[in-house]
Design a protein around this ligand. Structure first.
Ligand SMILES: Cc1ncc(COP(=O)(O)OP(=O)(O)O)c(N)n1
Ligand SMILES: Cc1ncsc1CCOP(=O)(O)O
Ligand SMILES: [Mg+2]
Length: 312
């Protein structure tokens, strides 16, 4: 195929999927966004479907590592089905190398529907939201003071006793294991830092593992450790932390959910009560929030409202 023919294939992908990925949320809530074309990364292969998809996905504003992951998947999809179908955005785990894992090496399972998930700054908040009926809570206590961390993690574990809440601990996996928490949540950089041996320690202890992801390449990376759940974000802009990647939007979230069905999935980032129905409609089993709870004038009432919206 010559360059013009490959460009025509790329245009066909953009034609069929551009409008979908440009829509962030239902009209009237968050405006449609302009796709910001990304530079096309250097090609690692020479097949037409791969080259066309690398161009198209970059034009559809996927960052280099995600455009590369998608282009490989478009190529595998074309090979597997013996045709190039520009209408079919890749969503088969086999095309991303996500099939064929070993259940014996997976982290302990957790429910697919983790439900409303409160990400909370202190043990006191954890207890308060657990008592308000939030089914999944996380202690996100940012400190380098090991003694303070150990105290706060212990207090959070004690705070959920007598409630039905599942408690995840962000970052501080050793303190979480020491205190007997239900699970730990780690980011991609944390995965690098923790290393294989310590991951094995967490896995064999039976503690659940949640992993943050921000796109296709990170989902593939997360899958390599077979965590208990995968978090997808940031769906919308958030002021809570500076994100390295642009908000994913609902269309990407829906595509991620189609691909990652084998995992319990958690959506996070900028999700307010009015956005719950649209986020739930993508098929995620859990919606994680920080400000929607901790900045609410009446957090218990906010929890009750979000629990209702979760059901709707
Ligand atoms: C449910 C959930 N999803 C994502 C995150 C973010 O975790 P991480 O990438 O480790 O970043 P920090 O929270 O540590 O800033 C989360 N905490 N919870
Ligand atoms: C910790 C974190 N990780 C990705 S987005 C986010 C913050 C979500 O906070 P909010 O729900 O207030 O936008
Ligand atoms: Mg973290």
């Amino acid at each position: 195929m010559n360059t013009a023919e490959i460009q025509a294939l790329a245009q066909a992908i953009i034609h069929h999927h551009g409008a979908t990925f440009a829509a962030q949320a239902p009209d009237g809530q968050i405006d449609h966004v302009q796709l910001t074309a990304q530079p096309v990364p250097p090609a690692l292969r020479s097949e037409p479907a791969y080259l066309a998809a690398l161009q198209a996905c970059s034009a559809l504003s996927f960052i280099a590592v995600d455009a590369e992951t998608l282009a490989q998947a478009w190529q595998r999809q074309a090979e597997r089905t013996n045709q190039f179908d520009a209408t079919h955005w890749p969503d088969d785990p086999r095309d991303f190398g996500l099939a064929g894992t070993d259940p014996a090496q997976a982290f302990a399972r957790c429910p697919r529907e983790l439900g409303l998930y409160g990400v909370l700054p202190t043990a006191e908040w954890v207890g308060r939201m657990a008592r308000a009926g939030v089914p999944t809570v996380q202690l996100r206590f940012k400190s380098d003071d090991r003694a303070a961390v150990a105290r706060e993690v212990k207090a959070a574990v004690a705070a959920v006793e007598g409630t039905d809440a599942r408690l995840f601990i962000n970052d501080h996996w050793q303190a979480a294991l020491d205190a007997g928490a239900y699970g730990v949540h780690v980011g991609q950089e944390d995965l690098d830092l923790i290393g294989h041996r310590d991951l094995e320690t967490i896995r064999t202890s039976g503690t659940r593992l949640g992993v943050s992801t921000h796109g296709y390449a990170e989902m593939v990376r997360a899958h390599a450790v077979q965590p208990s759940y995968i978090a997808l974000g940031a769906v919308f802009p958030t002021t809570l932390k500076k994100m390295a990647t642009a908000p994913q939007g609902l269309a990407r979230l829906a595509a991620y959910v189609r691909l990652m069905q084998q995992y319990p999935l958690v959506a996070i980032g900028g999700i307010s009560a009015d956005l719950f129905p649209a986020v739930r409609a993508t098929g995620v089993g859990s919606v994680a929030v920080v400000r929607a709870l901790v900045n609410a004038p009446d957090p218990e009432a906010a929890a009750a409202h979000l629990l209702e919206r979760m059901k709707a």
